[in-house]
Design a protein around this ligand. Sequence first.
Ligand code: 5GP
Ligand code: MG
Ligand code: MG
Length: 180
Amino acid sequence: MNNDILKTLYSKEDIQDACRRLGQQITSDYKGKKPIVIGVLKGAIFFMTDVVREMDVYIDIDFIDVSSYHGGTASSGSIELVKDVELDVKGRDVIFMEDIIDTGRTLKYLEDLLAERGAKSIKVCTLMDKPEGRVVDAKADYVGLEVPNEFVVGYGLDYKGMYRNLPYVGVLKPEVYSDK
Ligand code: 5GP
Ligand code: MG
Ligand code: MG
């Protein structure tokens, strides 16, 4: 698996530093509150578990799953709700945990969905932001790392379901796209 990587963009240590910084920021912003932290499956689970353990805040945890990519490297444009949250978000402070914001379509969809259900506040914490990919107006409140307009894998991010368990973030060798 490691042999398929052309270059590393962010090391395990870079990611750990980012998670610590975000956890501290969220801790100071949510003093006295009890937000629902919602992980966007599946890409955000590694990031989410690392960040919440850096937070000194009472939280509820939930998960949501949406699909937009359908296995390739380009976003399809339409978002589909695959798995809904279980908790009632009405009147609650919500923090979404995302792996990466690219076009912004997923984020916009999620924010609209929970705003419609009466969430009191909605913030977004993302491991990575790809500002050049933006198609719709969407902005994360907490950003770990910025990435260039390249397709990245690792630390939760996949290509055809693979590479999520890489402990770092990198770019695949071009030949990998034709092989698998
Ligand atoms: P958006 O809706 O902002 O375009 O993208 C949302 C989702 O697309 C992300 O949560 C992620 O699952 C996927 N995505 C966007 N850019 C990348 C990338 O560079 N690599 C991988 N593996 N997934 C990406
Ligand atoms: Mg995602
Ligand atoms: Mg994916």
